[in-house]
Design a protein around this ligand. Structure first.
Ligand code: HGY
Ligand code: MN
Ligand code: MN
Length: 412
């Protein structure tokens, strides 16, 4: 097999997709089910069909571009990722897995490969938590990790439900129909940028993910007492932002002192009310994101944060309410797929290393119903979720090449 990845076309497609965005370049913003997202989906559907793939969409908008294999009864080999992008993001997160997957399939087609197992390229809906508060809605529903009823309860900042928004986007069918039948996928392999600095720092072109960390996230609401910034003396204050500040540092401390470098915790959102220069903050809403490859350790950190909340509440006479949004289990990648990826790297004398993914991905949820593995390529300075996110054409080609050969070995 002498596969050739068409880097020029792949780069032009990455640029074209990046231009379908609600942000000034080089930033990319593409929130799920917005007109921009729908435009990007339509553009991709055309590319999938131009590659001769049969395209279908499920009730939540997961899109399956299928290359029919010679044995229609054989379980499917899947690849893919997401194209939704958080505000002020970059152009490679998720996109490398979708467009790299498309180019991997086209390279196999050009090389005359004929799969026995059908190969499906997936565009998975709402991997980012931006609009509905939790990530991976599409892959959670596919794998049964999220029930249709729980999905219907999710609302965006305007109070619109998932159902309202998806139906407005033209999707049909019931969420109950999304869950895959058992054994549908033989394997699922996701190509993704590392979103961390290790590969670049160690000058290793490829990472094979053996474990995907598990995210837990929550909304925290802190209620104190507002008042005039001049009239209320310090001893009489119940300043919600001062309490929030103490809690944010407690979150950081809980992760730093967990005993493992694999624990990470972030407060990414801090909304202050009323947000006036001469008014004492009466209410603060925080987001909380805690991850670890070890479930017990992650939950111990969550417990530590809960204790800190209680102490701060008692000491500062404020109320602290925590609403858990998700607390998922980590995923171990499938040794067989890891080996298939390794074999392809060795064949091309490409150095690689096993890796843990602290970012979560759709593969985390698809692992509940199928064997999965992920292939990472470096991103400059490890930057991601920011406009200067960058993966080189050479790294993307290496990723697509190894992905193509792995898909071929799994579907032969
Ligand atoms: O947050 C994550 O890990 C992913 O990028 N949604
Ligand atoms: Mn992301
Ligand atoms: Mn991603």
């Amino acid at each position: 097999m002498t596969l050739a990845i068409d880097s020029e076309r792949l780069q032009s497609e990455i640029e074209a997709l990046a231009s379908i965005s609600d942000a000034e370049p080089p930033a990319v913003t593409r929130i799920v089910f917005t007109p921009t997202d729908l435009q990007a989906r339509a553009w991709l559907k055309e590319r999938f069909e131009a590659a001769g793939l049969a395209v279908r969409q499920d009730a939540i908008g997961n899109t399956f571009a299928r290359w029919n294999g010679s044995d229609p009864k054989a379980p499917v080999v899947g690849t893919g990722s997401h194209i939704d992008a958080i505000p002020n993001a970059g152009k490679y997160d998720g996109v490398v897995g979708v467009l790299g997957g498309l180019e991997a399939i086209r390279a196999l087609q050009r090389d005359g490969f004929r799969p026995k197992n059908s190969i499906e390229l997936l565009l998975l809906t709402s991997e980012e938590p931006t609009r509905f508060g939790i990530g991976c809605i599409g892959s959670r529903l596919l794998s049964g990790s999220l029930s249709p009823d729980s999905a219907r309860k999710l609302k965006d900042a305007d109070g619109k439900s998932v159902d309202e928004v998806r139906l407005q986007a033209g999707l049909r069918g019931e969420l109950e129909e999304v869950k895959l039948p058992p054994g549908y996928y033989k394997a699922f392999v996701e190509l993704h940028i590392e979103q961390g600095p290790i590969l670049e720092r160690e000058k290793i072109p490829l990472g094979i993910v053996t474990k995907i960390a598990a995210p837990a996230s929550a909304r925290i609401s802190i209620e104190g007492a507002g008042g005039h910034a001049g009239g209320v003396l310090m001893p009489d204050r119940r300043d919600a932002l001062c309490a929030a500040s103490e809690l944010i540092l407690a979150v950081e401390n809980a992760a730093r002192t967990s005993g493992s470098i694999d624990t990470v915790a972030t407060v990414g959102i801090c909304d202050v009310f009323p947000g006036a220069v001469n008014s004492i903050p009466s209410r603060v809403r925080l987001s909380l994101d805690v991850r670890d490859t070890d479930l017990a350790r992650r939950d111990a950190v969550m417990d530590g944060i809960e204790r800190a909340s209680q102490e701060i509440s008692d000491k500062r006479h404020v109320s602290v309410q925590t609403e858990m949004l998700n607390a998922d289990v980590p995923a171990d990648c499938d040794p067989g797929i890891v080996q298939a990826l390794s074999r392809s790297c060795e064949k091309h004398r490409l150095s690689f290393r096993p890796m843990i993914s602290r970012a979560y991905h759709d593969s985390l949820f698809i692992s509940r119903v199928a064997p999965v593995a992920m292939l990472f390529i470096p991103c400059r300075n490890g930057y991601s979720h920011r406009p200067d996110e960058y993966a080189s054409p050479e790294d993307i080609v290496r990723g697509a090449l190894v992905l193509a050969e792995t898909l071929a070995s799994l579907s032969a």
